[in-house]
Every structure is written in structure tokens, then in C-alpha cells.
Design a protein around this ligand. Structure first.
Ligand code: F3S
Length: 375
């Protein structure tokens, strides 16, 4: 892999953090046959919940000593930084999580604490990024047409500190071609279409034909579920996504027509995976105001930024009995473990809640979730 004189110097830097970050990028570049490093517009670091990172991760973050070179955001943490007690988080977890937060702040990472960085940092077609949250990666690649590989928390942070990433994988146009054609035959919820597609295509890139075209929130839900039940880093959607006409349509074809699931009686209804947009928050309020007060536990997750910009709306939603939490989500917070059955409108949460929190999960679309919450 070609390195400029300046890049070579970083490999011999007196600063341990910079030297290690550079070594990580060069090692990844060599593994994947990258020809060089390329500049990135932004980075996004995942895996920052203390529930995931543990003591070793906290100590490692605290040992770093450098500043990020590009706008760098971070994924949700294990708790709402302000309302953690209402989630049932204990003092010990709070303190450990705050050490993670403070270590990231020291590095210059912005406390976005959201999996929807594209609402916060300007991201355009063709931009090179180093993002680590799988749902945001799919959204950036597919819906925006920006370019990022599926980074880990560590490689995203290394890229943030160096300001570059190795040029391989989805940074190169020809690697973005679809492998399999997917027909979403019925008007099924995009989250379920994504969940079922991911299970079949695994990490291939699908070219998707929707019977009913989803809006951007639908594409967000589709991509998040696709990346969770499979491992695909992007999709093309016919007549919707920016690169859908740039490649040949694959001959291998599969048809998606819905989900069969077992039932359970939900003691938690959880919405906001990925974090809700302003528009989705409005839809939640409209549904709640028609259906009445919440009678079970209804948790809604969005970014602090969206909450701050929509304080009145959030107040109205909470006056009907729901809780709107920021900085965290039902999958990365340990708070979800105390429930037995979670109903969610997220294909990603449907995949991860049983695996990571050992709780049963059932799917309902947004209307069904609000109906059950108010019943
Ligand atoms: Fe976001 Fe948490 Fe879902 S990070 S995509 S809300 S699992």
C-alpha cells in the first residue's frame, strides 16, 4: 500500500495513540489490498455502551491521547445520560458509562449518542466516511450514496484520529454492484422486508424492487433490519436510491412475502430502532392522541438533538404516558433485560433483543405497537 512521506512519519510518531491508529489502518489496508489511504469527511464510533465495551474497553479508551481530525460522532450509550434512573440503571453502571463518555469527549468525539448521524452531520453523495453503526452504514451507502465500509468501533476511531481510511471495499465503485435481485411482493412493512431479506441474502448486496415504495424512514428501517439479520453493507432500491441504475440487475432472484412469528404478551413496547426522526415522532404522537393513554410500558428512543428541537412534541407524548429517552436504545441498554417480552416495530431489535438481552421479541408495525401500548 502506498503511503505518503507524512503518513510514513505517523507510523513513527512519538505519540503512542497516533502510531497505533496508523498501524491499525495500514494493517487493515494490507489485509484488504488497499492501494492507499483516502481522506474521510466524518467518522462514527459504535460499541460505546458499557454493556458492550466492559472494563477492558473503558481502560483502553482512557489510555488514548490524541484528538480526532474529522467530525466524529458516536453511537448510543447504555443509558439516557440524564434520565438513567427512570430506566432502572444503577449507580455502578452510570459511573462506568460516564467514564466511557468522558474518555470519548477527551478525544474530541461529539456526544451525538445516536445511530442516525446522517441527521446531524452533512453527508453527501460520493463522500468517503468511516462509520461503524451497521444501520447508519447501510443508510449512508444506499440512501445517500456516500461510501463507507462496515467499520468496527476501533477502526472507525483510528480513522477519526488519522482522518483517513484504507481505500478498499465500498469506497470503490465496482464493489458496490448488486449480487441478488429481491422482489418485495406484498405491501409489507419495510422493517420486515429488510429482516427477511437479510436472512436470505446474508452479506450480499441486494437490488430491491418494492411493491410499495418506502419513504426515507422506511428505507432506514429496511436497511437496519437487513444489516442485522444478514450483514449486508448496502442495498439498491429500484427507482429510489441514487445508484440503482449504475449496475446490471442480477439474474438470481428471490421473493419476500412476510414474516411468521410466535406470539408473547408484551410487557414493554419499544420504538425507535434506529432512532426516530422528527417525522416519525410526529406520527407517534398522532397515533397516541387518537388511541389514548398508554397502559403498558412504552419506551421511545431518539437522539437528544431531536428531543431538544421538538420539546413541545416530546412533552405531549410523555403527557400520554410514554417515555421518550435519548442517548441510548432498547438493544444497547441493559435496562431491557428486566422485561420478558418486547414488542417492537424494528427488524433490527427483533433480531438482537433475544440474542443480546435474552428477552423474547415480537414484531408489530408502528400502529400495532401503539394499539397494544394503549390497550
Ligand atoms: Fe440504533 Fe440501537 Fe437500533 S443503536 S439501530 S436503536 S440497536
Amino acid at each position: 500500500m502506498f503511503l505518503s512521506k507524512d503518513e510514513e512519519k505517523l507510523l513513527e510518531s512519538d505519540n503512542y495513540t497516533i502510531r497505533k491508529c496508523m498501524e491499525i489502518l495500514v494493517a487493515i489496508g494490507k489485509i484488504f489490498d488497499a492501494d492507499r489511504l483516502i481522506e474521510i469527511k466524518s467518522a462514527q464510533v459504535s460499541g460505546i455502551s458499557y454493556d458492550n465495551i466492559g472494563d477492558a474497553g473503558v481502560e483502553w479508551l482512557e489510555s488514548l491521547n490524541a484528538k480526532v481530525k474529522v467530525p466524529t460522532l458516536c453511537n448510543p450509550a447504555g443509558m439516557d445520560l440524564i434520565r438513567w434512573r427512570e430506566m432502572g440503571i444503577d449507580e455502578d453502571f452510570y459511573e462506568k458509562q460516564m467514564r466511557v463518555i468522558n474518555a470519548l469527549k477527551e478525544l474530541g468525539v461529539s456526544m451525538s449518542l445516536t445511530c442516525t448521524p446522517y441527521y446531524l452531520v452533512e453527508t453527501n453523495y460520493g463522500d468517503h466516511l468511516a462509520w461503524a453503526e451497521s444501520s447508519a452504514i447501510v443508510y449512508a451507502n444506499s440512501v445517500i450514496g456516500a461510501r463507507t465500509n462496515r467499520e468496527s468501533g476501533i477502526t472507525a476511531l483510528a480513522s477519526a484520529i488519522i482522518g483517513k481510511t484504507p481505500n478498499y471495499g465500498l469506497h470503490i465503485k465496482e464493489n458496490r454492484a448488486p449480487d441478488v435481485r429481491v422482489i418485495v411482493d406484498k405491501e409489507i412493512d419495510p422493517a420486515i422486508a429488510g429482516y427477511e431479506t437479510g436472512r436470505i441474502v446474508e452479506d450480499k448486496i441486494p437490488f430491491v424492487e418494492f411493491k410499495k415504495k418506502p419513504n426515507s424512514d422506511g428505507l432506514k428501517a429496511f436497511g437496519a433490519a437487513l444489516a442485522a439479520s444478514g450483514g449486508s453493507p448496502m442495498f439498491h432500491a429500484k427507482e429510489i436510491t441514487p445508484e440503482w441504475e449504475d449496475f446490471e440487475i442480477p439474474s438470481e432472484k428471490i421473493v419476500i412475502d412476510g414474516l411468521k412469528q410466535e406470539n408473547c404478551e408484551p410487557d414493554l413496547i419499544a420504538i425507535g430502532c434506529p432512532h426516530l426522526s422528527k417525522e416519525e415522532l410526529k406520527v407517534v404522537y398522532d397515533l397516541l392522541s387518537k388511541m389514548g393513554r398508554v397502559k403498558r410500558t412504552l419506551w421511545i428512543f431518539t437522539s437528544r438533538n431531536i428531543v431538544q428541537e421538538n420539546k413541545e412534541l416530546v412533552k405531549k407524548i410523555e403527557s400520554l404516558g410514554a417515555k421518550v429517552f435519548s442517548d441510548t436504545c432498547m438493544v444497547v441498554s441493559p435496562a431491557t433485560r428486566r422485561f420478558e417480552c418486547v414488542m417492537t416495530n424494528s427488524g433490527k431489535a427483533l433480531e438482537y433483543l433475544p440474542k443480546t438481552k435474552n428477552v423474547r421479541a415480537i414484531f408489530g408495525n408502528l400502529r400495532e405497537c401503539i394499539e397494544v401500548a394503549t390497550k
